[in-house]
Ligand binder design. Sequence first.
Ligand code: ADP
Ligand code: ZN
Length: 522
Amino acid sequence: MSSSSSRAEQILHSVFGYPAFRGEQQAIVEHVAGGGDALVLMPTGGGKSLCYQIPALLRDGCAVVVSPLIALMQDQVDALRQLGVEAAFLNSSLDALEQREVEKRFARGELKLLYVAPERLLTERCLDLIERTPVALFAIDEAHCVSQWGHDFRREYRELTLLHERFPQIPRIALTATADAPTRREIVERLALESAHQFVASFDRPNIRYRVVEKDDARRQLKDFLAAHRGESGIVYCLSRRKVEDTAEWLAGEGFDALPYHAGMEAVLRARNQQRFLREDGLVMVATIAFGMGIDKPDVRFVAHLDLPKSMEGYYQETGRAGRDGLPSDAWLCYGLGDVVTLAQFIAQSEAGEERKRVERRKLDELLGYAETTACRRQRLLAYFGETLAEPCGNCDNCLDPPETWDATVTAQKALSCVYRTGQRYGVAHLTAVLRGETDERIQSLGHHQLSTFGIGADLDKQQWRGVFRQLVATGLLTPDEEGYGTLRLTQASRAVLRGEQAVHLRRQADRAGRRAKRQTA
Ligand code: ADP
Ligand code: ZN
């Protein structure tokens, strides 16, 4: 063991030029080099590649690396060749002649690492080749692609169990940065990794400060947030291409070096914006989630979300692009009731099957739980990845400025009965008007001024009611309609509140803003 570990270290120094292993890299390398199967869960940037590259060099034969990312294969192979390691790839970007050449080199035992797209690997031609050639190990990168629960399911990944059935003596190492419990279970099951050793790195990014703010005037809020980051590089995520364009243009008008990025842009311009962001200092990239895959810029100081991400994984990946250099960075999410309605509508109206929709809806609910939590955000985020942080982090908004909660049971009952009395057919604006006892023409013509809930909520202003409704939706006491008109309906859970069997505690938001304002003037 110790001689193999020192050989691993030698390779780390002499081939890769690094002074020391990071985290669990050494344990993983030794385990796989010794012939064991492994499942490696490590955040992006954690150093997963070395976990199979060094065992590849320590063992006889060539390592076969399955990767779905054709663009990144080229980069990996180039980097290895620069280090003097014989590496190549097989994917659809090669013509027949080039492909033949790579196969020959593999068969002659000239390669130490061969990157293969899954659909290519599963061809009989490729499997035959593997049968006749000594293989050091199989590395299955982006292993979450086997999971339907994951965000980029690939059908071919499901068939990779074939590797185990056909070549049981060859060790396998599966790697992913998506480590929530359902995905992890599916990876183990689908890839038959029950007896593999699981290496789970911490997903904590202690230098990132998490903050969530209630959306009221998003542009002004963004401007205030960016004011504290003048001259720094950062990313502003928006849901739609249109909003990316508008926001970038508006920010440029406000004197920020802002560039747009989304998949609908002309390829040349998009590539140029990306290059500028990587090379220059202090650019704000306004982007859809199309931006970020494979982006490794160490000094991104902030990631702002003007719209809700679709899931906790998405949020973690996107915010994780901040602070790769370990220096203090900000993750800032601005969200409001409208976002919840929009996303719920997206899900309901998508082409996906019922099962998929249920999964998406659960993911959105997890994220809403995060956005509304009054406890430590980092604890909540890490808990999602199955990790327990013993103490509150001290570096998120809720730790730094603990939110006050109030007993909102009666207020919630008023809101819910107003939804019920008006027939579960109206949105927040109308419900608030009825609760506040406003007599406009619409209310008159609908006869809503005669309802028992008319005027029973005059103690709260419009803004406060908006906050109450948002929290009721986020906590599942109300649900937006699937047609996307923003109308709210009762849920199973609302009944217990209406019957007085369950208390409701909400965060006090208006006061919070007020407190902050006071502190700033003091
Ligand atoms: P992942 O695949 O987990 O996102 P990579 O394998 O691409 O991460 O590694 C991320 C970065 O960290 C790369 O630039 C890599 O060279 C570097 N790196 C990995 N391991 C070490 C180490 N032990 N010492 C120094 N740098 C490392
Ligand atoms: Zn915290």
